[in-house]
Design a protein around this ligand. Structure first.
Ligand code: PRP
Length: 206
């Protein structure tokens, strides 16, 4: 029998400046489940180091890079990646909301929080935890390119290639992963498990 667990999620609406708390129901209390390790802490650290070395090399002649972390999932990846870079960098965050049925996005993406500083003439690197359908990254590339940066490139820790619905370039990719629900290292299920040091698999539909 499925155990039902009530979770509250905040909804922020830039159009009408409303904030609300919306309860929703999920099956199974996944906070009690121990995720199966998919990518362990050491492998993540080694890959993040490799990505940082590649990015540092590629941007060496380009001056400062603006790292834009996509909230919330990228916060740990961005923190680790940015500290391993050897090039001048500044940190920005952006937040988007994708609509879906709790665990699946619908493809519609909405900007919830924009970057604070101007990116005109700057080299921008979007930092994502995961590329799933690709809709979020595609939206962000288009939106940021319209603000006149010198360049826009993308970096993601993991990608589910099987789930791709749109073509989107990931210039710096950590790992291709199977189509399983993954948590940890910033990734969540219903806000659970974000601070796990590894990336693990859970089965919320069991
Ligand atoms: C996740 C992830 C990406 C997006 C990718 O965010 O952080 O931003 O989904 O999905 P897509 O490729 O299908 O567009 P989520 O909406 O789960 O929010 P969160 O980062 O706050 O957990």
């Amino acid at each position: 029998m499925a155990a039902y667990h009530t979770v509250f999620t905040s909804g922020i609406h830039t159009e009408d400046h409303l904030c609300s708390l919306q309860p929703y129901q999920i099956e199974n209390d996944v906070s009690q489940e121990t995720p199966e390790v998919l990518i362990d802490e050491a492998d993540i650290e080694a890959r993040v180091q490799e990505l940082a070395a590649q990015i540092s090399s590629d941007y060496e002649q380009g001056g400062e890079v603006v790292l834009i972390g996509v909230l919330k999932g990228s916060f740990i990846f961005l923190a680790d990646l940015s500290r391993k870079l050897s090039i001048p960098r500044v940190i920005e965050f952006i937040a988007v909301s994708s609509y879906g049925s709790g665990s699946r996005s619908s493809g519609a993406v909405r900007l919830v929080m924009d970057v604070r500083g101007s990116i005109v003439g700057k080299h921008v690197l979007i930092v994502e935890d995961i590329v799933d359908t690709g809709h979020t990254l595609k939206y962000l590339i288009g939106m940021l390119e319209s603000h006149g940066p010198a360049s826009v490139k993308t970096c993601a820790l993991v990608r589910k290639a099987e789930r791709a619905e749109v073509d989107v370039d990931v210039d710096y990719l950590g790992f291709d992963i199977p189509d399983k629900w993954v948590v940890g290292y910033g990734l969540d299920y219903a806000e659970q498990h974000r601070t796990l040091p590894y990336i693990g698999i859970i089965s919320p539909d069991d």
